[in-house]
Design a protein around this ligand. Structure first.
Ligand code: PLP
Length: 261
């Protein structure tokens, strides 16, 4: 069976992040990809120049239209932008009985542009985290959700991954890409609270636009395909590592270019 995977996220017209990355990652991991759009961004590899958000009721209408007709095996949530959209997405996912929900709590684009309003962090934590099977923050996002300083070492990452579960997500995959060592380890606290470390060598490239989107979309697809959380996380991490390694084969823009699916 080919899993049907719905991404609820923002659009990146330069194709590196957001919905565009998700569609490629879902297809490459063996899923059928669908997309409900929360916001349009105007951006390229050098930065974000504008954001237009979609009315919350229309985000919900997109989600309902998909669920009304199609069996949805997994949902990936990316850029949410406003507290109103967070509320609409949460209500729609509960109404439709969504399964295998992966929440990527997108906050800031690679170039530093904030992709959500300040009150959206609380809405992500209170409304969407409790619906998530796995939440996939990077270190700054985890610190914002937990309202504590950023982890700088393995022991703190383990403790934060556990605390993210206490906020309501069944499992938490804390991404160590912002660490500075030779490895780029991610820490998974699974449904039982067991810790699994996923190691990968750090690839030297500035073309990493869309890595977070790609990881969470691949993860949702692997969960829908029947993997448990540790196996799905390992497969998604391997997929992203390959996409980062191949990024320099692309010639896309003059800034932080995309990874290659
Ligand atoms: N979603 C959208 C629409 C974006 O524009 C971005 C970054 O620019 C992201 C998500 C997050 O991107 P990344 O996967 O590089 O963290």
């Amino acid at each position: 069976m080919i899993p049907n995977v719905l991404s609820i996220a923002g659009s990146d017209p330069s194709g590196g992040a957001g919905i565009q990355a998700d569609l490629k990652a879902i297809a490459a991991n063996g899923g059928y990809a669908m997309a409900a759009i929360t916001a349009l961004t105007a951006q390229n590899t050098q930065g974000v120049t504008g954001v237009e958000t979609v009315a919350p009721a229309f985000v919900a209408a997109q989600i309902d239209a998909v669920f009304d007709d199609i069996r949805v095996d997994a949902v990936k949530i990316g850029m949410i932008a406003t507290a109103g959209i967070a509320e609409a997405v949460a209500t729609a996912l509960i109404r439709n009985g969504a399964r295998n929900v992966v929440l990527d709590p997108v906050m800031v684009a690679k170039g530093g542009h904030r992709l959500l309003t300040d009150d959206t962090v609380g809405a992500l934590r209170d409304r969407l985290l409790p619906l998530a099977d796995i939440v996939t923050p990077n270190l700054p996002e985890a610190a914002a959700l937990l309202d504590e300083p950023e982890a700088v070492a393995a022991a703190e990452m383990e403790a934060q991954a556990r605390r993210l579960r206490h906020l309501g997500s069944r499992a938490a995959l804390l991404k160590g890409g912002h660490l500075t060592g030779a490895q780029s380890p991610d820490c998974l606290a699974d449904q039982a609270g067991e810790i699994h470390w996923l190691d990968a060598p750090r690839t030297k490239t500035r073309n990493t636009h869309g890595t977070g989107c790609t990881l969470s979309a691949a993860l949702a697809t692997r969960l829908a395909g029947g993997c448990d959380a540790p196996a799905a996380a390992r497969a998604a991490k391997d997929y992203v590592s390959g996409a980062i390694s191949a990024a320099d084969r692309l010639e896309v823009g003059r800034g932080h270019g995309p990874v290659h699916h």
